[in-house]
Design a protein around this ligand. Structure first.
Ligand code: NDP
Length: 334
């Protein structure tokens, strides 16, 4: 049984030495337990926060503990009445190749309905984040302009496509030409802007001739600076993530922009509303049924970036925090 532990708390961008790989014997399930073999591990930006000490919206991983994470697993031994060998489950087993479970918090997956890895992406937590955040807080109307960054990624790709399904115009921001081409041609956004281009702010303005009605905030940082002056009156801003800031360990540089932001919140009647997807848990059944239909009908596409081997999880995770992933990042564990 291979597993990846948190070796030390990172300063800034995590390094490979902040993780430790170890091999231990495969555990044996007791009565009422299951032994799971992990097939896929999800790598997600929130894991950076779990590596730090102190309160976030979830408890930190302790040093020497297995890194947390969502997984798709197969039952190899069941001593639990509700599960049988061979079933495929969504579990939260972390960065390891085998895990025990007492049956709590597991969801059975139907491999005939969709590739099982999608339970970690488009049909799982990130897809649901896009769906609930955009529809509940963003509330797109036909003809409005919706802007989202990390647009080729797990959340952003779904945000733009759902915006299109609702009749809005979707403008994606992504890092590099290959991702922009994908967002435009494969995902069908109306425009895609490279956040790494030197004239990024000007290009974004050109792509939003009628201003921005919804900015789905995934990144913060320089992207937010370019978006902010383009916001229309009554714009809605679901604040989903701020990945540009996750590795900041020093105070933010530059002048204090809060007074300017608050002035615009007031005079433009902006709605800025943060959320953690689980607050919308009651919408999960609607999400699952609508999203599955959109995928089947070819109206919503997704891309996975599959990395082979648990040994490669730390490097892939470090890459995610720098935009090296291209699509929903998952590790094929075995
Ligand atoms: P992605 O699959 O989009 O991967 C992360 C992407 O972020 C990278 O590929 C890169 O895209 C972009 N990125 C990385 N660093 C920067 C930077 N400094 N500035 C701008 N962009 C950057 O990840 P997810 O779709 O899983 O997550 C997207 C966001 O949603 C994250 O902020 C995450 O924390 C948040 N989230 C929030 C949830 C909630 O409940 N509130 C739930 C799930 C996710 P590119 O190269 O194209 O710029």
């Amino acid at each position: 049984n291979k597993r990846v532990l948190l070796a030390r708390r990172p300063e800034g961008l995590p390094k490979p030495s902040d993780f430790r790989l170890e091999e231990v014997t495969i555990p044996a399930p007791k009565e009422g337990e299951l032994l799971l073999r992990i097939l896929f591990l999800s790598l997600d930006p929130y894991m950076r926060g779990r590596m730090d000490a102190g309160e976030s919206y979830a408890a930190p991983v302790e040093i020497g503990e297995v890194m947390d994470g969502g997984t798709v697993a197969e039952v190899v031994v069941s001593r639990h009445k509700d599960f049988v060998k061979g079933e495929i489950l969504l579990s939260y087993s972390g960065w390891q190749s085998y895990a025990l479970s007492d049956g709590q918090g597991l969801r059975k997956l139907d491999p005939a309905a969709a590739p099982v890895s999608t339970a970690l992406g488009v049909l799982g937590m990130p897809g649901f984040t896009a769906y609930a955040g955009l529809l509940t807080i963003g509330r797109p109307k036909p003809g409005e302009t919706v802007v989202v960054a990390a647009a080729s990624g797990a959340v952003g790709s779904a945000v733009g496509q759902i915006a299109k399904i609702k009749g809005a115009r979707a403008v994606g921001i992504a890092g590099g030409l290959a991702k922009c081409a994908f967002v435009l041609e494969n995902l069908g956004f109306d425009a895609a802007i490279d956040r790494r281009a030197p004239d990024f702010a000007r290009r974004l303005k050109e792509a939003c001739p009628k201003g921005i009605d919804i900015y789905f905030e995934n990144v913060g940082g320089a992207v937010w600076d370019a978006v902010f002056p383009l916001l229309n009156d009554f714009a809605r801003i679901p604040v989903c993530g701020l990945i540009a800031d996750y590795n900041m360990s020093a105070p933010f540089p530059g002048p204090d922009r809060l007074p300017v932001v608050m002035d615009q919140v007031l005079t433009k009647s902006l709605t800025i509303r943060g959320f953690i997807q689980r607050e919308f848990a009651d919408q999960r059944p609607a999400f699952y049924s609508e999203m599955s239909q959109w995928i089947r009908g070819g109206r919503l596409r997704y891309r996975e970036d599959v990395v082979d081997g648990l040994d490669n999880a730390p490097d892939a995770f470090i890459g995610l925090l720098q935009g090296r992933n291209f699509g929903k990042l998952v590790v094929r564990v075995l």
